[in-house]
Design a protein around this ligand. Structure first.
Ligand SMILES: [Zn+2]
Length: 336
């Protein structure tokens, strides 16, 4: 027996007409049941239909769910003093952190900073206004810890009690509960982030609208979701690792995410594509299992084969990003 579901309409256009596309069990955490992704007939949006009833959503998340664990914050100041100087220069020159600016740095440090720029742009929010940062769905606080180390005043929202308790090692300002009910004043934050949150919530448009209300003038909302319009979904279909049923209720592409943003009163200002080899390797192992190749699936998970595939993918991934068919999309959103 699976979790109780409701037959809700399309999150984006409200139509009830949709065609089932993929049906899978919970591959990651074995929550009982089979769940289906359908494509809206009117607007082509992909969403879970029927979807897990709101009252039972918490049952989709076991305690070992990774966001509830304790990841160490990805602070860019690691390694040799030279690398740290380069990281500070990258933050100052590419992301607006003027408090890290040190005009005495030499050419070599600047070159090194240039090489670090891409990585740092994914790990650190661009500096805005007075440095007031909110992470929605902060889990145990990895992003809060990193932002705090960069000089932000940090605040979090987290629905899971145990994860929120861990996030409190970085700040007392954690709202435990649904983001829609969080009591922040309008215009209170310079940057708001929501990494892998929108695909989990029953009303992503309302969530975007709420997060935009919290932005100060000139502020930036940054959202990251799996990309159902990417190469992985096209190749692997129902074995695609981004499906994550029953936890993912919406499956955005760059186009449908932009539509959700506009309905929520925002404007997409940039869209980055990202991918990590492990996303493809998870999809590949699931695809092989679905095709009865269990032995081969286990082989791909073995260290040597995994390592070789990983090297191959590391080399080809820049092409995927260039083709704008990444496994995740991260978008910057401003108020309209
Ligand atoms: Zn629709």
């Amino acid at each position: 027996m699976g979790l109780p579901t409701v037959d809700a309409p399309c999150f984006l256009c409200g139509s009830r007409e949709a065609d089932p596309l993929w049906t899978t069990p919970d591959r990651a955490f074995a929550v009982p049941g089979l769940y289906t992704v359908a494509r809206c007939r009117r607007c082509r949006f992909l969403y879970q239909k029927p979807r897990v009833d709101d009252a039972h959503l918490a049952a989709c998340y076991p305690d070992r769910y990774p966001r509830h664990q304790e990841p160490s914050p990805r602070i860019p100041f690691k390694g040799s003093p030279g690398r740290i100087r380069a990281a500070r220069w990258a933050l100052a020159s590419a992301l607006g952190y003027s408090h890290f600016r040190d005009p005495s740095v030499g050419l070599l440090t600047r070159l090194r900073a240039w090489a670090l720029r891409r990585r740092i742009s994914w790990d650190c929010p661009p500096w805005r206004g007075g440095g007031r940062y909110l992470d929605v769905g902060c889990g145990s606080g990895g992003a809060l810890g990193a932002a705090k180390a960069l000089g932000w005043q940090v605040t979090g929202v987290e629905v899971d009690d145990a994860a929120a308790a861990k996030a409190k090692r970085f700040t007392d300002e954690i709202h435990v509960g649904d983001a829609l009910t969080a009591p922040f004043a309008p215009g209170r934050f310079d940057v708001v982030t929501a990494f892998h949150v929108l695909e989990h919530v029953p009303d992503p448009v309302a969530m975007i609208r709420r997060m935009l209300e919290w932005l100060a003038p000139g502020g930036l909302l940054i959202v990251e979701v799996p990309n159902a319009g990417g190469l992985g979904a096209a190749i692997f279909g129902k074995a695609w690792s981004g499906l994550e049923l029953p936890r993912h209720l919406s499956h955005f592409s760059p186009e449908s995410l932009e539509r959700a943003v506009e309905q929520g009163g925002g404007r997409m200002v940039w869209c980055w594509h990202g991918a990590k080899p492990r996303y493809y390797l998870w999809s590949l192992a699931a695809w092989l299992r679905d095709h009865g190749r269990t032995r081969l699936a286990s082989d791909t998970e073995r260290r040597l084969v995994y390592g070789l595939l990983k090297i191959f993918l590391e080399v080809t991934l820049p092409l995927v990003r260039l083709a704008r068919r990444g496994e995740v999309i991260r978008v910057g959103i401003a108020s309209r």
